[in-house]
Design a binder for this molecule. Structure first.
Ligand code: AMP
Ligand code: MN
Ligand code: MN
Length: 327
């Protein structure tokens, strides 16, 4: 199976880890479940190997992730900046910018790059990059299986399962494949709490979050005869419902649930004059190409970008881009 594909990288990676005593594990800004699960799984292994470990990802971190095993190794920005380390491991980040340069390219430091973004810049001394992998946690699992068999504790299994579950939208997205399901099954065999994780991270929502969802769904607009949809999260909506931006994670998928919709955008007001855009494609249209035009990136069917403008003009820009894509 494809696990053998990175055999050389996995042994180089283990050799680098064995040579170094303190490791910074980092991921992309505003980390999602795949990023957090990958970071914590690796950090738990390093801790068991007796290394000094710190995890850091810039941006906002959902409080739900703080309950995960491994969260005690999560540091704040200042501690991470001051942490003396001789190796960096980055996960789920196509480049060092997405880690806000907490990782630097191999010319500058020993760095291991594990990722599944097609746009990965291969900045690591060791690069484990496979855009066919459903999640970065799939690649981390392959590493364990190849170089550290027997080290997957129940806690590590939970972290890896979380990443696969969340990056496949609860095993619903087009990236679900037999490997993702096979690994998920093996992780449950190793003790991953499948029900609890699905319940806590996908199903259960706070009252205030559902109220916010109500407002966001009310903002839904259709374009191009229903082939595209847009929605928005305004600062006013957050204030009215007592929520934060993190509470709107995954809302974009409601737009993609619409019959006949091919392209979806969710606009979120992150600051006055700053709009974060989440893009989704239901079929062959490549939303990462649109995101890249504006300095963003991602995958063919899920991408993101930030625009320095207001909501109305952000919507106009993206809807125009959608129009070009739909022809
Ligand atoms: P999101 O819509 O925030 O869930 O992001 C979907 C995908 O796009 C993820 O794979 C992100 O890593 C990627 N992505 C989101 N925002 C950006 C950005 N500003 N630059 C590059 N990639 C992004
Ligand atoms: Mn991610
Ligand atoms: Mn991912």
């Amino acid at each position: 199976m494809s696990g053998e594909r990175f055999e050389r990288e996995f042994s180089e990676m283990m050799a680098l880890i064995e040579r170094h005593g303190s490791v910074l594990v980092t991921g992309h800004i505003d980390p999602d479940g795949d990023c957090i699960g990958s970071m914590f799984a690796i950090a738990l292994m390093l801790e068991a190997m007796g290394k000094k470990v710190m995890c850091y990802a810039p941006g906002e971190i959902s409080e739900l992730f703080l309950k995960l095993p491994g969260a005690s190794m999560l540091a704040g920005r200042d501690d991470a900046s001051e942490f003396k380390h001789d190796l960096v491991i980055t996960v789920d980040s196509p480049n060092t910018e997405r880690t806000e340069h907490f990782a630097r390219p191999c010319e500058d430091e020993d760095v291991i790059n594990i990722d599944h973004h097609p746009t990965n810049e291969m900045f690591g001394c060791v690069n484990v990059v496979d855009s066919d992998a459903a999640a970065t946690t799939v690649l981390v699992y392959r590493f364990f299986r190849s170089a550290a068999p027997g080290m997957i504790t129940t806690d590590i299994a939970d972290c890896l399962y979380l990443g696969i579950l969340m990056d496949t939208g609860g095993f619903r997205f087009q990236n679900v494949d037999s490997e993702a399901l096979l690994i998920a099954s093996e992780l449950i065999g190793l003790g991953a709490r499948a029900y609890e994780i699905a319940h806590e991270y996908i199903y259960v929502k706070k009252y205030s979050t559902l109220k916010l969802l109500g407002l966001v769904l009310d903002s839904l607009r259709l374009h191009f005869d229903g082939r595209a949809a847009t929605m928005e999260v305004t600062a006013g909506m957050l204030e009215k419902t007592g929520t934060t931006l993190k509470d709107s994670e995954g809302f974009v998928d409601y737009g993609a649930a619409l019959d006949d919709v091919e392209l979806v955008a969710l606009f979120r007001e992150t600051a006055p004059g700053e709009i974060r855009v989440s893009l989704r494609s239901r079929n062959h249209h490549d939303v990462s190409a649109l995101a890249e035009r504006f300095g963003g990136g991602g995958h063919v069917r899920a991408a993101g970008l930030t625009l320095e403008t207001d909501l109305a003009s952000a919507r106009e820009t993206i809807v125009r881009g959608f129009g070009e894509m739909l022809g």
